[in-house]
Design a protein around this ligand. Structure first.
Ligand SMILES: Nc1ncnc2c1ncn2[C@@H]1O[C@H](COP(=O)(O)OP(=O)(O)O)[C@@H](O)[C@H]1O
Ligand SMILES: [Mg+2]
Length: 242
């Protein structure tokens, strides 16, 4: 019998005024998988992440984390239950050092001295312990992306939502980030990755969910998704179909 999913979205909707940003979105995330979330700009990917972690409240449907409905819970409660996202366009506190940026997340579970120890361990996990005392505003793009991952890790998630963490990276840096994401999965995390680079998504993900105009277009294996006529039409164009 297959293991029960770690996360289920059932008919989730989210409206901003007259704009239906998410409509009737239903899919499951399997424990321990790396799931890709793709779709054109404005498809609702970031809104989906924000709704999962409670920054937006779903106005229809249910979001079940290990069977428990998250809809209506505050973001810190959802983080405590083990679901955390990074922020697109990395929102670090630029005037403080890297360690302090990560300590903020660790304070969710631990008082200050212990939080600092945990935060340092998270920086070590992403390969940045050596720059713990660098000013966040002085970081390179790849360093910032890793700090953002460390900050998410510091909340001790079961499930990590990565929103375009590879956006500003070159090919080598991207490959390193993909290795890190795979290592985190090997540690036991479940990951959803929003990413525009299809090569990265194809190489990294066990399955892919495609969104367009807030609706689910398709869910499937990477090979199925790049050939799916609706996905090709809405997002990929002809290049990937051939
Ligand atoms: N806080 C908000 N208020 C109003 N509209 C929003 C808000 N956040 C996102 N939107 C709109 O919702 C749609 C989906 O946006 P978003 O989730 O950011 O898409 P993606 O991340 O896939 O590019 C867009 O049309 C966007 O303009
Ligand atoms: Mg987005």
């Amino acid at each position: 019998m297959p293991a029960s999913p770690i996360l289920e979205m059932r008919g989730v909707g989210k409206r901003f005024g007259g704009l239906q940003a998410l409509q009737d979105v239903s899919f499951e995330v399997r424990r321990g998988e790396i799931l890709g979330l793709i779709g054109p700009n404005g498809a609702g990917k970031t809104t989906l992440f924000s709704t999962l972690v409670g920054l937006h409240r779903a106005d229809a449907g249910a979001i079940l984390l290990e069977g428990r409905n998250l809809v209506g819970l505050k973001p810190h409660r959802i983080a405590r239950l083990g679901l955390t996202k990074t922020f697109q366009n990395v929102a670090l506190f630029m005037d403080t050092d890297v360690l302090d940026n990560v300590v903020i997340g660790a304070l969710l579970h631990h008082p200050l001295p212990e939080a600092r120890v945990r935060a340092l361990a998270c920086l070590e996990r992403v390969g940045l312990a050596n720059i713990a005392h660098k000013r966040a505003g002085d970081l390179s793009f790849p360093e910032r992306a890793r700090v953002e991952v460390a900050r998410a890790l510091s909340t001790e998630p079961k499930m990590l939502l990565l929103d375009e963490v590879m956006a500003a990276l070159n090919a080598v840096e991207m490959a390193e980030m993909m290795d890190l994401i795979r290592a985190l999965r090997a540690d036991g995390l479940t990951v959803i990755v929003v990413e525009h680079h299809m090569k990265a998504i194809m190489a990294l993900c066990d399955r892919i969910v495609a969104l367009s105009f807030g609706r689910l277009l398709a869910v499937g294996l990477p090979d199925e998704i790049v050939r799916h006529p609706d996905v090709v039409t809405a997002y990929l164009g002809r290049a990937y179909a051939e």
